[in-house]
Design a protein around this ligand. Structure first.
Ligand code: NAP
Ligand code: ZN
Ligand code: ZN
Length: 347
């Protein structure tokens, strides 16, 4: 077994502390990745604190992983030692069900192996994530990363990038369209960059007036402070597509009312309590309300290649692992500009 250092929480209330555990020895199709950077997703906070009521402990979070291939199994063809590689939110699935065959392995009908707070295909062995020194993963579930000066800024693409890219592609967001992004955090800032790159006119809806200058630097054309509901009224019926990335409970209806004829709003944020939707908010203008969950391996690789070609990376604040508690607190206060990324050399 491969002894691995990490940081874990041991209960919903506990603080992070160093934690040593074992990774499996490499099977023929496995790679061993030395983790260089790992992004801090709000889902890490939801799960570390058991806000989705599905947490097991000890938990080593982290699913925005980039690093270097340290070792390859005898049958590996996609990577060689020294290559850069990424790992996102899941590390295995059955590979044969309808969803897996369609490249939607995150929704495997048998068992999707989440990168952490999950179990391997045996549905028993716990998985541990990227707040750690190394990870063993089947090559089919690792992503190819091109060499890049700032690898830290690549890590958030593995979750925040794919989670925003996938719905923008599915709803064919394009030039001439008006797009709203609700919440300017880790997901939201990637949503702005990606929607702008697809040619849309982008409006950010934010509770934080202090983020307006940043939003414009990211390419947003308009910025609306949502604390004052009067600011939304003049925009009724104006948007083709809205992406809701908010992590906390909030009213969806004022945003649905902004959708134009056949407009769609996609929920990617996962607050802990259900939202009420008024039928009139949907019936009017034949509106669509949809959800979206990360993305499968083929689309994640497509997104990475798209981001490298278009030089779209995350705005990051690099932290040592010892500052993880502070990063959680600041993220909860919406004080993240715009993704904390852990430099694993600090471990
Ligand atoms: P984040 O960096 O904390 O960003 C969330 C943003 O939402 C905040 O920066 C803030 O933006 C806004 N916000 C926070 N509290 C709010 C409130 N009470 N009312 C209105 N707006 C509020 O989080 P993230 O990492 O982007 O993740 C966002 C959500 O997506 C989380 O729930 C996460 O679990 C979920 N997620 C889902 C998927 C998926 O596959 N669907 C993937 C990854 C993450 P402003 O300051 O601009 O208002
Ligand atoms: Zn995530
Ligand atoms: Zn499957």
């Amino acid at each position: 077994m491969l002894r691995t250092e990490g940081y874990a929480v041991t209960s919903a209330e506990s603080k992070f502390a160093p934690f040593a555990f074992e990774r499996r020895e490499l099977e023929p199709k496995d790679v061993l990745i030395e983790i260089m950077f790992c992004g801090v997703c709000h889902s890490d906070i939801h799960q570390a604190r058991n806000e989705w009521d599905n947490s097991s402990y000890p938990m080593v979070p982290g699913h925005e992983i980039v690093g270097r291939i340290k070792q390859t199994g005898a049958g590996v063809t996609k990577f060689k030692t020294g290559d850069f590689a990424g790992v996102g939110c899941f590390v295995d699935s059955c590979r044969t069900c309808d969803n897996c065959r369609q490249g939607a392995e995150q929704f495997c009908q048998v068992h999707a192996v989440m990168t952490y707070n999950g179990t391997e295909m045996d549905q028993q062995t716990p998985t541990f994530g990227g707040y750690s020194s190394q990870i063993v993963v089947a090559e089919a579930y690792a992503l190819k990363i091109r060499e890049q000066e700032n690898l830290a800024a690549v890590a958030p693409l593995l979750c925040a990038g794919i989670t925003t890219y996938s719905p923008l592609k599915r709803f064919n967001v394009r030039a001439g369209q008006k797009v709203g992004i609700v919440g300017l955090g880790g997901l939201g800032h990637m949503g702005v960059k990606l929607a702008v790159s697809m040619g849309a006119e982008v409006t950010v809806f934010s509770t934080s007036p202090s983020k307006e200058a940043d939003a414009r630097k990211l390419g947003a054309h308009n910025f609306v402070v949502t604390k004052n509901p009067e600011n939304l009224a003049p925009l009724a019926g104006a948007f083709n597509f809205i992406l809701d990335t908010v992590s906390a409970p909030h009213d969806l209806n004022p945003y649905l009312n902004l959708l134009a004829l056949n407009g769609a709003m996609v929920i990617v944020g996962i607050p802990t309590t259900p939202a009420e939707v008024a039928a009139f908010s949907l019936v009017t203008n034949n509106r669509i309300l949809a959800g979206s969950g990360i993305g499968g391996i083929p689309e994640t690789q497509e997104m990475l290649d798209y981001c490298f070609e278009n030089k779209i990376f995350s705005e990051v604040e690099i932290i040592p692992i010892q500052k993880i508690e502070e990063a959680f607190e600041r993220t909860l206060k919406a004080d993240v500009r715009y993704r904390f990324v852990i430099d694993m050399a600090s471990l």
